[in-house]
Each structure stands twice: as C-alpha cells, then as structure tokens.
Design a protein. Structure first.
Length: 298
C-alpha cells in the first residue's frame, strides 16, 4: 500500500514538472501581423492577363498582367495624326522669303557698283540715294515677312502643344494598364480573374512581405518601464503540443497611450484594466503566420 502511494506521488511530481516545462513564464502575449498592401488597378477595361495565385512569392517589379489597351492605343494614334496635321500647316519660311532675299542681294550689288561710280562722279548722287532706299525697303519687307512667318509658326506650335500633352497622358495610361507588382512579398488574397472588368482603384490582390513579421503584444503599466525601443526580447510560439519555438525579436514601437485590455489577449498582470501595445519585429523562417499567437519574455 505504501509503495503504491509513493508511486502515485512520484507520478504527480513528474506530471507537475512536465507541465511547468511545457508552459514557460511569459510577460505578454499577442498575435502576429504584417504590413499588408492592397494593389489596385490603375487602368480601366477587361483584364486580359493576370498571372498570380494566393501564396505565390512575388518580386518587386514583377510582371503580373495587363488591362485591355486597344482603345487607348487607337486614341493615341488619333492624337498623333492630329499633331501631324497641325504641324503641316506651318509655313516654309525659307521658300517664302527666298524671292525677297534674292531681290535684296541684287540691290546690294547695285549699291556697291553705284557707290564706286559715285566716288568717281560718274553718276548723279540721286541714283545712289535711290538704290540705298531700295535696299532699305527690301530689308524692311524681309524683316516684316520673317516676323509674320515666325509668329504664324509659333501659333501653330502652341496649337499642337495641348494635343502633345494629351498624347503623354494616354502614354501614361497605357503604362499604368500594365500590372507590375510594387513590393516583394507573398500574395495573401486574390480578388479578380482574367476577363473580368477592372476600373481605376479596383482591388486586384493583397500582398505582404513575410520575411519579417510583427508581433503586436500588450504590456501593463507596471511593465512599461522595462521596455524601450530597439530592445531585444524573446518571442515564443507553439511548435507542437509539447514544446515552443524561440525567436529573437526587436521592439520597434511602444504605444504612448493606454487602452483597455483586449478580451483575447492576456498579460502577466491579469488584474490590470489598462495596457500598452507594443510591436516586436521578428525575422521569419517561414514558420510564423499572420494571426498566430506569440508570447514575449522581456
């Protein structure tokens, strides 16, 4: 009988030790979360191609697919034709002033000849004055025509500028119709499929970088003096029913305002009504998932 009692007591001691080793003391608990990015469409139209699946790892800038761009392409071609049509109305300045330039050149040669003759008193001074006046008149006509043609050219260029800007806008829309992944991460949710209609701002998929993950935990006011930014802490998660996995984490944020204890979160001092949220960044080896519970040892 005594032996049975001793055996039973020994079993209780072993069970107690095992249960204690299974549940190590912790200072706070919380759940893991990540910075999630919802990628939305920047173009409107039918989704012609969409290459991704939930759980897929994507790199930054990776091609995903595109939204139908036929109408945008045709609009760009129409605008380019309008620009060419407008630019073609510019006058050919060189050809239009060629005749006056030739007349002026001939008059200038006559002026040189008449000047030499006037020095020798071979012609009356009036003839030299007349040729000088003719050169001045031709120069004035040439300047006026040049000015008029330049004004016309600038006016036509100004008419083409708004169309050119519209072309740049369409090119930007064409570029945005090609879907590229903005950040490296894992696809969490997929919201559309090929051949569906996309509109500007419509969510396409959700992605998060899970290479590092954040544990949002809660501490009491008594624990607040024990934590500081960039402090290293131990983070424990359930590996199985009998053991924990241990990670090293860094506190990257401490809330400056208290809040009421969340119903699903326990703290070391369960009697506290007000707690402070902290964020602990943990390097993920692939085991940690969003929504998992974690325990913190300060």
């Amino acid at each position: 009988m005594n032996n049975a009692i001793r055996f039973f007591a020994g079993c209780l001691i072993v069970i107690t030790i095992l249960s204690c080793s299974k549940e190590p003391a912790f200072d706070a608990t919380g759940t893991f979360e990540a910075i999630e990015t919802i990628v939305s469409s920047e173009g409107s139209g039918v989704i012609k191609e969409f290459q991704l699946e939930e759980g897929q790892e994507l790199s930054k800038g990776q091609y995903i697919g595109y939204v139908d761009t036929i109408q945008l392409y045709l609009k760009m071609k129409q605008l380019e034709a309008q620009v060419k049509s407008t630019i073609s109305q510019k006058p050919d300045i060189n050809s239009q002033i060629a005749s006056l330039k030739a007349q002026k050149k001939a008059a200038e040669k006559d002026k040189e000849r008449y000047t030499d003759l006037a020095k020798e008193d071979a012609i009356p001074q009036k003839q030299l004055d007349d040729i000088n006046a003719e050169v001045a008149v031709l120069q004035g006509q040439l300047d006026a025509l040049n000015s008029s043609l330049n004004i016309t050219t600038k006016g036509i260029s100004l008419q083409a500028n708004p169309i050119t800007i519209q072309i740049d806008q369409v090119k930007d829309q064409l570029k945005k119709s090609i879907i590229h992944n903005p950040i490296q991460g894992t696809v969490l949710s997929k919201y559309v499929e090929p051949n569906e209609i996309a509109s500007i701002g419509k969510p396409l998929y959700k992605i998060a970088d899970l290479s590092t993950i954040i544990l949002r935990a809660y501490i009491t006011g008594n624990q607040l003096p024990l934590v500081k930014l960039n402090q290293k802490v131990k983070v424990l998660v359930d590996a199985d029913k009998e053991s924990y996995k241990e990670y090293s984490g860094v506190i990257e944020w401490v809330n400056s305002k208290a809040e009421f204890t969340p119903k699903t979160i326990q703290t070391k001092d369960e009697r506290a009504n007000l707690v402070y949220a902290i964020k602990i960044r943990v390097k993920n080896d692939g085991f940690l998932k969003i929504g998992m519970y974690g325990e913190v040892k300060l």
